[in-house]
Design a protein around this ligand. Structure first.
Ligand code: CP
Ligand code: NVA
Length: 305
């Protein structure tokens, strides 16, 4: 049966750890994997803009010996010209996998059920699994044992947060999520994450108070306005003002590193000087997008190494 990667919600700790190890192996031994996707073609469908995801998939697939076809659907939602399921069926006639960035998670589910080839979530309204994998690869490189790591996410409860929560507690991390009131994460994801934390030894703390980040090893933030959110910036600034990550917050919490999935808005959710500081591991996260995704591709598409 073909496998998809839509969310990581159904992955065990053993499988996630194996994927993390595969990412490390591929990163450290690129020559061993240069034919891993030989003869394979992957279609990328993007309903929303992207820098990191688009380029890291394209170059990463190239490094594995495969080929990417990019379909820009930004001005035309996937279902605009024909039904999503017909599109998925057609693409599977030629492609070995589909990478898709969409508005609604249900679009991914539709594509995955129609297409006979693996579908990979490149971001949707609910999840950003490729980002989370790259982020925990980055934290593993910095700290080694993730079960000793406390990661505090501060900002808008969104797709990036959901994936950080799910993947983090499955890998044994303590994940603290701090949002302003009214901008919390999805309660169903909280419930699921709590179950996973209990099964795997991780921990989840949800708060509206930035002091809950005290003692964190790393602070993480994302844009206060996700793609497609047209809340006026002034409203957002009023709600999020005290949740900005800056040097003072790094000092008061005692955090060693700052993280951001990017695109970052300098001096809005994070101070510009902090992005450029020694404490910033944003570029390591960005670099690791490619290695994490290559591990996902090798895992889903197999192929002779
Ligand atoms: N972090 C991330 O997914 O970046 P892009 O939106 O540029 O792909
Ligand atoms: N939460 C952001 C992530 C961008 C990579 C968004 O969905 O726009």
């Amino acid at each position: 049966m073909k496998k998809d990667l839509l969310s990581f919600t159904d992955w065990s700790a053993k499988d996630l750890n194996a994927l993390l190890q595969l990412a490390i192996t591929i990163k450290n031994n690129p020559a061993d994997y240069r034919h891993a996707l030989a003869g394979k073609s992957i279609v990328a469908l993007f309903e929303k803009p992207s820098l990191r995801t688009r380029v890291s998939f394209d170059i990463g697939i190239n490094k594995l010996g495969g080929h990417l076809v990019y379909l820009d659907s930004q001005s035309n939602k996937l279902a605009g010209r024909e039904d999503t399921k017909d599109m998925g069926n057609n693409l599977a006639c030629w492609a070995d996998a589909i990478v898709a960035r969409v508005f609604a998670h249900s679009t991914l589910e539709e594509l995955a059920s129609a297409a006979k080839v693996p579908v990979i979530n490149a971001l949707c309204d609910m999840y950003h699994p490729c980002q989370a994998m790259a982020d925990y690869l980055t934290l593993t490189e910095r700290f080694g044992d993730l079960s000793k790591v406390k990661l505090a996410y501060i900002g808008d409860g969104n797709n990036v947060t959901h994936s950080l929560m799910i993947v983090g507690v499955t890998l044994g991390c303590e994940v603290v999520v701090i949002t302003p009131a009214g901008y919390e994460v999805d309660p169903a994801i909280v419930k699921l994450t709590e179950q996973k934390a209990e099964q795997n030894g991780g921990k989840l703390i949800i708060s509206n108070d930035v002091e809950a980040a005290n003692g964190a090893h790393a602070l993480y933030t994302d844009t206060w306005l996700s793609m497609g959110d047209d809340t006026p910036l002034e409203t957002i600034k009023q709600a999020f003002g005290k949740y900005k990550i800056d040097e003072a917050m790094m000092q008061s919490t005692g955090a060693q590193y700052v993280m951001h999935c990017q695109p970052a808005h300098r001096d809005l959710e994070i101070s510009g000087t902090l992005i450029d500081s020694e404490q910033s591991i944003l570029m390591q996260q960005a670099e690791n997008r490619m290695h994490a995704q290559n591990a996902i591709l090798v895992h889903l598409l197999g192929g002779a190494v």
